[in-house]
Design a protein around this ligand. Structure first.
Ligand code: ZN
Length: 272
């Protein structure tokens, strides 16, 4: 209920909120337009809610739309992880039916190339989609102060490494304490660590970000980042920061400033 009120408030206050209420994708070929945190998606496709090795969660948010490349990435990763003997992955938000900004929850996920994947899954058999709205999923980190060794295990390492080595991945975001541990324990080939980038939160799920696909000339790539394993000075900076405390949704909605989108996004939004 709280979320509904905040969304209504945001819809009233702010121009960007139509993106959150439009229920269907726009027609036309799939095109990622603009940047991950200032863009939209024409011709989005829906991730099937269940597949081999994964289950989409929080279906009521209607954020399971993306680029075919993103959906394929999720499906291939899930099959790989399943083949390793791991439990099905929980897939959280991909994007809204036309991408675009959403005042609560994300700055990115706007052009169909971002997705959230959870580290943990509720034990037991598959549940129907309606019973996957509010799964209780554990964090791998204790209050952003240290890794939780009661939870963190080798399966998480395998999951992150498998993801980092997939084609089309630009980068993936994990909590700083997870990155720090990976830096510490990885022997042999460390090249995959490069794509595992620390970010705020991301202690109960990680975030994948794919490159702009070929044939999407309006998609704006993200700047490159250092080519080493990211375990040196860059990580030191993260580890010196105070623990992150996220403000409540109401405060986020109040302070929300919509990004400036490329003009082509208005056409996507207005399409029937
Ligand atoms: Zn995300």
């Amino acid at each position: 209920m709280k979320r509904v009120i905040v969304s209504l408030l945001a819809a009233f206050l702010c121009c960007g909120a139509d993106w959150t209420t439009v229920k269907t994708p726009s027609p036309g070929p799939t095109q990622s337009i603009g940047f991950y945190s200032a863009g939209c998606l024409q011709g989005a496709q829906a991730l099937p809610l269940d597949g081999p090795g994964y289950e989409a969660i929080r279906i009521s948010r209607n954020r399971y739309w993306g680029q075919p490349m993103t959906l394929q990435f999720i499906q291939t990763l899930s099959e790989k992880v399943h083949a390793q003997g791991q439990a099905p992955l929980y897939i959280g938000d991909v994007g809204q039916p036309r991408g675009g900004p959403s005042p609560i929850g994300h700055a990115s996920h706007q052009n169909g190339l971002d997705a959230d994947i959870w580290y943990e899954r509720q034990p037991g058999p598959r549940r129907p989609p309606a019973e996957r709205e509010n799964p209780r999923l554990r964090s791998l980190v204790i209050e952003d102060q240290t890794l939780d060794d009661q939870v963190f295990n080798a399966q998480h390492v395998a999951l992150i490494k498998t993801t980092a080595e997939m084609p089309h991945l630009d980068r993936m975001f994990v909590n700083r304490w997870i990155k720090a541990r990976l830096c510490q324990i990885t022997t042999g080939d460390r090249s995959w660590l490069h794509k595992v980038v620390p970010w705020y939160g991301h202690d109960d799920h990680f975030h994948i970000r794919l490159y702009c696909p070929p044939g999407n000339p309006q998609c704006k790539p993200q700047a490159d980042y250092p080519h080493d394993d990211g375990c040196g000075a860059a990580l030191d900076w993260w580890l010196k920061q105070p623990p992150t405390i996220f403000p409540p949704d109401e405060e986020l909605a109040k302070n929300y400033k919509p990004p400036k989108l490329p003009p082509a996004c208005q056409t996507v939004l207005n399409a029937p």
